[in-house]
Design a protein. Structure first.
Ligand SMILES: [Cu+2]
Length: 195
């Protein structure tokens, strides 16, 4: 009798899950991501980011979508202007990304995404993971803005702009660098064997 009741409860929960749809069922990190977005709102003003030592790397990076063997595959689209905070170190903190990403829109910079950049070190045992998403890489540094020797993993999150390829895709086909005098078409980065 008890088992049957439990079965009904489980079935009921499954139906509720189905009714809420894939968004609710597939986003166990929604509350955490909402909290992260809220905590980063202040960086809509890029000067606030600079004051907190997120420093601009100037160029607006975008990719043509070309495929090269042993290189990262970036879909055609922009990654934007990276503001990097070298004082944020250690294991990736979900609430403290070390990169903020801006899209030039007209004469303004609009906060669109964040990134966690994690160097590969001799102590690295496994690929980092945040919000259920595996980091990409390891890969060489993104030349010419980051030295090739800076082998790293990274994870992007488009918290402030919809990305048809998914929130955690590295490039966004709906973002572009047309508003920037410093538009940089990058070659896909070389991949490096990891642990
Ligand atoms: Cu990278």
């Amino acid at each position: 009798m008890k088992t049957k009741f439990l079965g009904v409860v489980v079935l009921g929960l499954a139906l509720i899950g189905a009714a809420l749809g894939p968004a609710a069922a597939g986003e166990p990190y929604k509350a955490q991501i909402d909290a992260l977005r809220k905590s980063l709102e202040k960086y809509q003003d890029y000067k606030a980011a600079v004051r907190d030592l997120y420093l601009s790397t100037v160029d607006c990076v975008h990719y043509a979508g070309e495929k090269i063997a042993h290189h990262m595959e970036y879909a055609k689209g922009a990654m934007g202007v990276h503001f990097v905070n070298l004082t944020v170190r250690g294991a990736p903190d979900p609430m403290k990304p070390n990169v903020l990403i801006y899209e030039p829109v007209g004469k303004k910079l609009k906060l669109v995404a964040v990134e966690w950049l994690v160097p590969l070190t001799p102590d690295t045992k496994e690929r980092p993971l945040l919000f259920g998403h595996s980091f990409m890489g390891p890969m060489e540094g993104h030349e010419p803005l980051i030295p090739k020797e800076y082998v790293h993993y990274d994870l992007h999150a488009w918290l402030f702009k919809d990305n048809p390829l998914g929130m955690f895709a590295p490039t966004n086909p709906n973002a572009n660098c047309k508003g920037s005098d410093f538009s940089l078409l990058e070659k896909p980065t070389m991949m490096v064997p990891g642990p």
